[in-house]
Design a protein around this ligand. Sequence first.
Ligand SMILES: Cc1cc2nc3c(=O)[nH]c(=O)nc-3n(C[C@H](O)[C@H](O)[C@H](O)COP(=O)(O)OP(=O)(O)OC[C@H]3O[C@@H](n4cnc5c(N)ncnc54)[C@H](O)[C@@H]3O)c2cc1C
Length: 462
Amino acid sequence: MARLDRVVLNRMSMWRAVVRELLAMALRSKRPEFRNWAGNQVCMPADRQWPSSTKEVADLISSAHAQGQRVKVVGAGHSFTAAALTDGLLMSFDRMDRVEMVDKENHRVLVQAGIKLSALNEKLVEVGLAMPNLGDIAYQSVAGAIATATHGTGLKLGNLATAIVGMEIVTGTGETIWCDELQNAEILRVARVGVGALGAVTKVMIQCVPAFNLHVAETVEPLDDLLDGFAENAEGNDHFEFFWMPGARRAHVKRNNRTLRAANPPGKLDHFANKIVGENIAFDMLNRVNRRRPGAVRKVAKYLPGGVEADFVGRSDQVFASPRHVRFYEMEYGIPIEALPEAFGRVREFISTLGMQIMFPIECRVSAADDIPLSTANGRTSAWIAAHVYKNTSYDTYFNGIEKILDDYEGRPHWGKLHFQDHRTLESRYPEWDTFAETRAKLDPTGTFRNAYVDRVLGPIS
Ligand SMILES: Cc1cc2nc3c(=O)[nH]c(=O)nc-3n(C[C@H](O)[C@H](O)[C@H](O)COP(=O)(O)OP(=O)(O)OC[C@H]3O[C@@H](n4cnc5c(N)ncnc54)[C@H](O)[C@@H]3O)c2cc1C
């Protein structure tokens, strides 16, 4: 072949390759990829849908079930685990976010399950109500939060699922069921914490409380004192928690108590300096520096806004939840509350031998026992130990080491946070494991709501 012909052919094949790549890119961008908040879980579902009514949800599930397609509902994508991933149909309930009924007398609201906690909180304020307790963010959907037993802190307060007194659920076969204290009461008891494996929750009735303010007292105290006085602190405050930066002798303590006093929250400038700059922008910067030059961190830290102490009265939901712009990975374990001081001491000891600069605090909280079979606080008053690392940081050695310690206390991992357990290691830690399995077999007999995470942590449907 003449040289000129070869050059022309090479150019043509090069252009063909470029066109092929561009086409593939265009196709890929049309495929409905899902990525969670932390960015560590990604899937490429065959189909994504945003239904706006229970009827649409039921039709979509019936048709998927008939075709043997798997289904998942994603809330706000704030789980660190693969709980919401699927290669089948992924539904978002962002359009199912209405408050359908307010029962002022009994302090109850009926909402569509896709409503975000932040939006719900604002609606509740308008009618003089509030959630009894919340975690430290309010970005989650109601259904997503209860599915994983999301909790706040408070010895006398259960996780968010314990506030659910009614639920509409579309099962794995497309049947719509309402359950409350009078109808299908046992399904309600179990399905409040369903890990997304029982069906699509389309509506929930929430038992709220009259709106309340919290007196916030934030201090810095010696860690040893906090561990010695852990039980008294947990009992003596409505909401007690502390954050300990590995290596430090002292910890940041929050004692929030209900008050009839009027709110006098910090001004916008203080809020911006502490919550946005201190807890987010500067903290992010510190973590970036640590990733590149671990030795430089101490020098940078002293220039950051200090002063974590605070004393004010605020609206409950605004006190509980804060903005979180720094992305991280998290593991959290529930253990029997009496084991906390010893277990925490062992975790502290382990970290001191780790040889890794941990830039996120360990968070420690408490919550009340409940009767929900798969709730992480089922049958026991719990203390929580949560470990975090900055996004894109390797966490295996750190999280694994803590998990091994907490295994000795029958630790139960948060369903939405990272862990290394499977159904064989978890089953014996839940006295009502079989009750959940029976309900699952009834509501999702053919495994429409299975995915790799559910297979791993719940095992086969039996
Ligand atoms: C920054 C941050 C802070 C956090 N703080 C706390 C905290 O303080 N306390 C705490 O306990 N946890 C906390 N979490 C964890 C978080 O609350 C849970 O992972 C929660 O499940 C996330 O809710 P989501 O709406 O994003 O649900 P997703 O992560 O989207 O889904 C979680 C599970 O619920 C299922 N699901 C969602 N909607 C439905 C539905 N309608 N029907 C059936 N199943 C459904 C999904 O399939 C999946 O299995 C935090 C997470 C992050 C990222």
